[in-house]
Design a protein around this ligand. Sequence first.
Ligand SMILES: NC(=O)c1ccc[n+]([C@@H]2O[C@H](COP(=O)([O-])OP(=O)(O)OC[C@H]3O[C@@H](n4cnc5c(N)ncnc54)[C@H](OP(=O)(O)O)[C@@H]3O)[C@@H](O)[C@H]2O)c1
Length: 310
Amino acid sequence: MLSVEFDRFGPPEVLEVRERPEPLPAEDRVRVQVRARTANVSDVELRRGDTPQRLKELGLAFPAVLGWDFVGILLDPTPTLPAGSAVAGFVPWLGSEVGRGTYAEVISIKPQWVAALPPDLDPARAAVFAMNALTGAQATDRMGPLEGANILIVGAGGPVGMSAATAAAAAGAHVYVTGSMADDALATHGYAGVISRGTPEEMAVAAREAVPGGMDAVFNAAVAGPGLIRAVKDGGTFVSIHVADKNEPERGIAVEKVVVQADPSRLTSLLTTALLDRIRIETLPLDQAREAHERLERGDLAGRKIVLVS
Ligand SMILES: NC(=O)c1ccc[n+]([C@@H]2O[C@H](COP(=O)([O-])OP(=O)(O)OC[C@H]3O[C@@H](n4cnc5c(N)ncnc54)[C@H](OP(=O)(O)O)[C@@H]3O)[C@@H](O)[C@H]2O)c1
């Protein structure tokens, strides 16, 4: 099988396409023939070695394989799904699976990370949400009561923010969004308003013009910098998603950090055509992962996500 590996941190050129034996059946693991996985920005950060100490502490060993999410076909049965089932999910790359990701044609993973893929969904589009939909939904769990609440989601053009906005609106929140797809989202999804993208301070000012007392909760799905927290009302909630988020608690505001957790049945229910149809993607064969990373670093994707297919 093909596997995309790297032997040291560095530029996209460190990614090597190699032929490896497929993983063998193993106790407490199931194998998945992977059809699609996303080239995420976090893969770029991990390949570059932005946080080497953290990866060392997790026990990263080279050669390492990137990749969080997967959509594919089960090669072994799980307690709830037969072999041959279409599945989706993600592996805890910054946890037990450090260095053993999904940039390979066949992976061996724990059955509790596997969700049934609803029928008729495009595998490449589903891959973009296999981790990100749960992340967004679990972010809304941290926002406090949603019914009637004013919520700002910064970065609702990306799959994490988009999923959070969808979940919060479904729970009865008045959802304000930023993001390049926000105008379209407002027209078609009934959000309360669009905040123009700007500096964190500018977005906070605009949010307070929309809701003078401040938002009940703000979700920083874009890793916008310090100052964004000023959009939150006194005693409200600020939800962050990345170690690089430097917004600090103030005025009694709770700062919650989201680390996505596997939840197969919730993931299956989140993966709907309505959500998948809203993302723009581009596919590349898995063996062109290096090109995908070059393009992610150049930032010339204009809101599209790159999915590596095999
Ligand atoms: N903690 C976890 O467990 C976990 C899990 C999954 C992902 N993540 C993280 O979640 C974040 C979002 O992922 P994603 O795939 O949805 O990202 P994405 O596709 O890159 O989308 C990011 C969104 O943020 C917007 N944006 C970027 N910089 C901005 C800025 N300075 N101010 C305002 N908006 C800005 C973009 O706006 P435009 O639409 O205008 O371009 C886009 O809407 C990433 O940092 C990822 O690493 C964390």
